[in-house]
Ligand binder design. Structure first.
Ligand code: PMP
Length: 401
């Protein structure tokens, strides 16, 4: 028989690397916005696997598409064409208005893809000397955990002991367009930015920031690349968070929810002028764009569109944000967000992790970031009643007056 919850956690501690410190709950099943553990307790999922499960757990259309395709064909690599990938590429390009899409698997892989494209573009198109192209990112960013990407991080823990990092990686303060302009030099290839910082604690830059960055990048012939791995596909109440600012970046990175919560699927989108720096053999990935991944991603996009989840995220996000902002709790410093992407910043005396544990006891799964922020990012299929159910419990745990 399967060990009980405590037994399973012990088993994981004995054999697993210690690179995570999960909340003490062992999940067994899920449906829609609900999850349950091995003891049969039920929880409302307000984390959606860092926004990967935007369609909820086990969405019937996604499961059916996956089942159909897995029986037909799953993986053949990009050594051959398959019947599903071309349809996904066409759909991505039409939906987001780019000429080309490059499919890979995880968010970090798509970020690496974008950085490689930008560097080669700088070399080939902009005329930057070989091996000189620079990338600028922001303080507080999160783009993944490869050595190159943590080389862009301002987080000491992500970097410490993992260097040396590749040269040409720079950083500017988030939300400060003048600082970006001052940092741009002749060798700058790209500015990589999250339209709203996710792991950084749901940080919204000042209105007009992204638009100003776009203008600066254009003027200096620098690529603007938006990492929409977490913010994209309806999470913030728009297909892309950069669309709130009326900005069309030179490159867009998608991941997480693109896999419908079932598979790792990511992509880098750009026009030919950038993407065509890649020639056969330059870049790739065994599993990127496989038949199964392409089928699931295509169905995920269809579900988001046909169920109106982008509009739903905007509408329910406004409702939930207003409810949270109305809480009168001494524990809360600020509630902020856009769509169903919300951060509750706590006063410094209160540890976010402790509150997450109490929310867990109250039947709500959330995640602390940076000790002071609780992120609330439920599946976009959540109902108003479920949000109100969560709000009542959050109010209780936070000691709202
Ligand atoms: N970019 C952003 C904005 C992210 O939030 C994340 C993951 N939290 C990543 C990239 C990396 O994605 P993955 O974990 O799939 O590599």
């Amino acid at each position: 028989a399967l060990p009980d919850g405590t037994g399973l956690m012990t088993l994981e501690h004995s054999h697993g690397a210690r690179n995570y410190a999960p909340l003490p709950v062992v999940l067994r099943g899920g449906e829609g916005c609900w999850l349950w553990d091995s003891a049969g307790h039920r929880y409302l999922d307000m984390m959606s696997a860092y926004s990967a499960v935007s369609l909820g757990h086990g969405h019937p259309r996604l499961v059916a598409a996956l089942e159909r395709q897995v029986r037909r064909l799953a993986v053949t690599s990009r050594a051959y064409y398959n019947e599903r990938l071309p349809l996904l590429l066409e759909r991505l390009c039409q939906l987001f208005g780019y000429e080309r899409a490059l499919p890979v698997n995880t968010g970090l892989e798509a970020v690496e893809t974008a950085l490689k494209a930008a560097r080669k573009w700088a070399y080939q198109v902009k005329g930057v000397a070989p091996e000189r192209a620079e990338i600028i990112a922001c303080d507080g960013n999160f783009h993944g955990r490869s050595i190159t990407i943590v080389g862009l991080s301002s987080e000491a823990q992500y970097r410490e002991g993992f260097g040396p990092f590749p040269p040409g990686l720079r950083r500017v303060p988030y939300g400060d367009a003048a600082a970006l302009e001052a940092a741009i030099g002749p060798d700058t290839a790209a500015f990589l930015v999250e339209p709203i910082q996710g792991e950084g604690g749901v940080v919204l830059p000042p209105a007009g920031y992204l638009e100003a960055c776009a203008e600066i990048c254009k003027r200096h012939h620098v690529l603007l690349i938006c990492d929409e791995v977490q913010t994209g596909l309806g999470r913030t109440g728009a297909w892309l968070a950069c669309q709130h600012e009326g900005v069309r970046p030179d490159g867009v990175i998608l991941g997480k929810a693109l896999g419908g919560g079932l598979l790792p699927v990511s992509a880098f989108l750009a026009d030919r002028a950038v993407m065509d720096v890649f020639r056969p053999g330059d870049h790739g990935s065994t599993f990127g764009g496989n038949s199964l991944a392409a089928t699931v991603a295509l169905e995920a996009l269809n579900v988001i569109e046909e169920e109106g989840l982008v509009e739903r995220s905007a509408r329910l996000g406004r409702h939930f944000l207003a409810g949270l902002q109305a809480l009168d709790s001494p524990a809360i410093r600020q509630v902020r967000g856009r769509g169903l992407f919300i951060g509750v910043e706590l006063v410094p005396e209160i540890d976010a992790r402790t509150l997450c544990l109490r929310l867990l006891e109250a039947g709500i799964l959330t995640k602390d970031t940076h000790q002071t922020v609780i992120r609330l990012a439920p599946p976009l299929v959540i109902t108003e009643a479920q949000l109100d159910w969560a709000l009542a419990r959050i109010a209780r745990v936070l000691g709202s007056r």
